[in-house]
Design a protein around this ligand. Structure first.
Ligand SMILES: N[C@H](CCC[C@H](N)C(=O)O)C(=O)O
Length: 272
């Protein structure tokens, strides 16, 4: 099976073109593809399927409004509602493959329609929808408890301010959270303000572990850094690069690079 490899600020994905929805993508297959030693290696998989052929109830509902459905999977094979870097790489792939024109159009996701804007090359922007602030939450990272802001971007986030350079944090083990507060798990961001509307961030993702970047997490972080009701543009520095988040009080936008780096063939025995 053909694949393309791409990334957005080094949050990387195996892209599986499956326009007619013929691939039965099982969790074990996703985990094998994402394995950085025995497989291709990635933080997640983006199955590229026409919404009407996806065999997904949300995709069925949105098929009249978007041609393509992003079937996002985490590296452990779990399914997540939304992926901000992923949908930008997904859009770059569609234009690169000649399956969509540069411009502005909707992609169907499990978190609803997401409007992407992209040229023939360069950065890709996406309307991430309205962040939903859900109150405070706590996470213990390497023995230190942090309090942060719970934000839903369609998927769950806990964005915690820290008072030290984020490079000094130990994220080798998953943050410990209260399963009663986060029954579906949570993506945990740790951020430090670097200046007015400028933060640095690291993330431990649900289902993928620490990644070099997280688009939904960058928006959740900007919301936490901004505080209630503040609007404008935030620069979010992640280990994999830099993204820009714009909050306008109604919705949120994410902008940054989306790069395709390779393509190849996956042998059938990896797809079993
Ligand atoms: N890296 C993704 C987030 C994946 C979220 C996933 N780990 C989850 O379980 O919600 C992003 O750019 O938004």
């Amino acid at each position: 099976m053909r694949f393309v490899k791409g990334h957005g600020t080094e949050n990387d994905f195996v892209i599986l073109p499956d326009p007619d929805g013929s691939l039965d993508l099982r969790p074990a297959t996703v985990a094998a593809l994402c394995d950085r030693r025995a497989g291709v290696g990635a933080d997640g998989v983006l199955r590229v399927v026409r919404a009407k052929a996806a065999g997904d109830p949300v995709a069925d509902e949105l098929a009249g409004e978007a041609e393509w459905f992003m079937d996002y999977r985490n590296a452990d094979g779990s399914v997540a509602e939304m992926c901000g870097n992923g949908v930008r790489v997904f859009a770059r792939y569609l234009v690169d493959a000649g399956l969509a024109e540069p411009g502005e159009w909707d992609v169907a996701t499990r978190a609803g329609l997401k409007r992407v804007t992209l040229g023939p090359s360069g950065d890709v922007s996406v309307d991430m929808g309205p962040p939903v602030v859900q109150g405070d939450g706590r996470a213990t990272v390497a023995g230190t408890e942090y309090t942060g802001l719970r934000v839903s971007m369609g998927n769950p986030h806990l964005a915690c301010p820290v008072d030290r350079p984020v490079r000094d944090l130990d994220l080798t083990r998953p943050p410990v959270v209260d399963p009663a507060v986060f029954p579906e798990g949570v993506n945990v961001e740790l951020f430090r303000p670097l200046g007015e509307r400028h933060v640095e961030m690291r993330v431990h993702e649900r289902g993928s572990g620490e990644t070099r970047s997280c688009g939904t997490g960058a928006v959740a972080t900007a919301v936490a850094a901004a505080g209630p009701g503040r609007t404008g543009e935030w620069t979010v520095d992640v280990p994999g690069g830099r993204v820009t988040v714009t909050l306008d009080g109604r919705t949120s936008h994410l902008r940054g690079p989306a790069v395709l780096v390779a393509e190849g063939h996956i042998r059938d025995d990896l797809l079993r």
